[in-house]
Design a protein around this ligand. Sequence first.
Ligand SMILES: NC(=O)c1ccc[n+]([C@@H]2O[C@H](COP(=O)([O-])OP(=O)(O)OC[C@H]3O[C@@H](n4cnc5c(N)ncnc54)[C@H](O)[C@@H]3O)[C@@H](O)[C@H]2O)c1
Length: 437
Amino acid sequence: MSQTRRDFVKSTSLITGSLIAAPFLSEASMFNSLVDDTIKVALIGCGGRGTGAAIQALSTKQNVKLVAMADAFQDRLDSCYKEITGDDFENLKSKIDVPADRRFVGFDAYLKAIPLADVVILTTPPGFRPLHFEAAVNAGKHIFMEKPVATDPAGVQRVLAAAEKAKAKKLNVVVGLQRHYQTSYRELMKRLQDGMVGDVVSASAWWNNDGVWVNPRKAGQTEMEYQMRNWYYFNWLCGDHITEQHIHNIDVINWAKNSYPVKARGTGGREVRKGKDYGEIFDHHIVEFEYADGTILNSQCRHIKGTWAKVDELVVGTKGKIMFDAGHITDYKGNTLFKHNGSKDPNPYQVEHDELFEVIAKGQYKFADAENGAKSTMTSILGRMATYSGQVITWDKAINSGLDLAPKTFAWDADMPLKPDANGLYPVAVPGKTKFV
Ligand SMILES: NC(=O)c1ccc[n+]([C@@H]2O[C@H](COP(=O)([O-])OP(=O)(O)OC[C@H]3O[C@@H](n4cnc5c(N)ncnc54)[C@H](O)[C@@H]3O)[C@@H](O)[C@H]2O)c1
């Protein structure tokens, strides 16, 4: 009678080893009336996506409660708390139980929040993901973490190692590459896997649009604070936009190929992203990724206002092609082989939480997204290494390069590896001169 849902999940997981068998399900529902079945959630990184992810976790059908929040900055945590407890989310008020002493601030805030939860939401800038993911896995928590899951090969390797541990411990891990949870993509991929377009022989992926926010330097900020506030423009935190955004499209092609590229070559630079506020990242990358069977993925991403915009993927097979955004499969005579009307589809950002929390409530083990998340992150980093250096870079060389961009210590007065020059400008890669590591 005193057994909690968490004890139940733990003990049944240990007994059954893998997926909880069907007979347990009915027992589990009987248990619900006898035990506390609350699934406790901690949010690490209370910005835009973290706020959204917390709301989505609390909006699932399960008995979910937000019990802890952590952020590097007090003001970011406060605005998130204000938003989720505001009148717009009246229906969630009873599910938010985060008194001031469970709202943690600073670089070590994650260490205080993680132990209080069953499920941890990791939504900081991606540079911290390997550290936070490792900590959550070590603490034995189920995890929702946003993409990308790292910004350099050292971080990818850490996530891959922790992903193995998570599998061994049967911790569910969902990564916010939400196309995997989007009905149209699932329907199209099912048909690809059933052979409708034949063998995949080439592909294209695009993330071309205007770009994102800028947070200019404010008086009194240390270099660490400035880089953290303007994180999009620093590779140790963001990975450049080929990693931070275009990963979504690259990942779709990896999914279609059921493998990862063996090499990449490309070109890129910055045409309009000039000046003090734009750190070190490029504003365009064009990369040819090559898979082991010779298939080429033509990938392009651009953040330049006034240019044509497209965020999409195309897969070309021997019998037909798939246009993902249109939800359309055609043959080479222009006949429609399949068309998905997604107008009534559920929001994939909600689906990823609905599915995660449902299996947790049932005591099941189903999701192990971290390995693919890490390898698709690595694919995007491989592309960045190719455009920065202007060289052909192999997967093996890149992932084993040991490149680690993070500062040695996380403190507001830390000595930062990347510093501005006397004019406030940061060094930017020059293809042909910059080494890939
Ligand atoms: N799947 C998607 O479609 C999607 C959409 C948006 C963002 N994202 C991802 O979500 C992540 C967050 O993006 P965002 O737009 O919410 O950024 P954001 O800047 O709005 O939020 C990041 C938050 O993390 C906090 N933070 C930074 N370092 C921290 C640390 N060490 N410990 C605790 N908190 C820390 C920041 O203060 C901030 O509140 C990124 O990885 C981004 O790529 C995914």
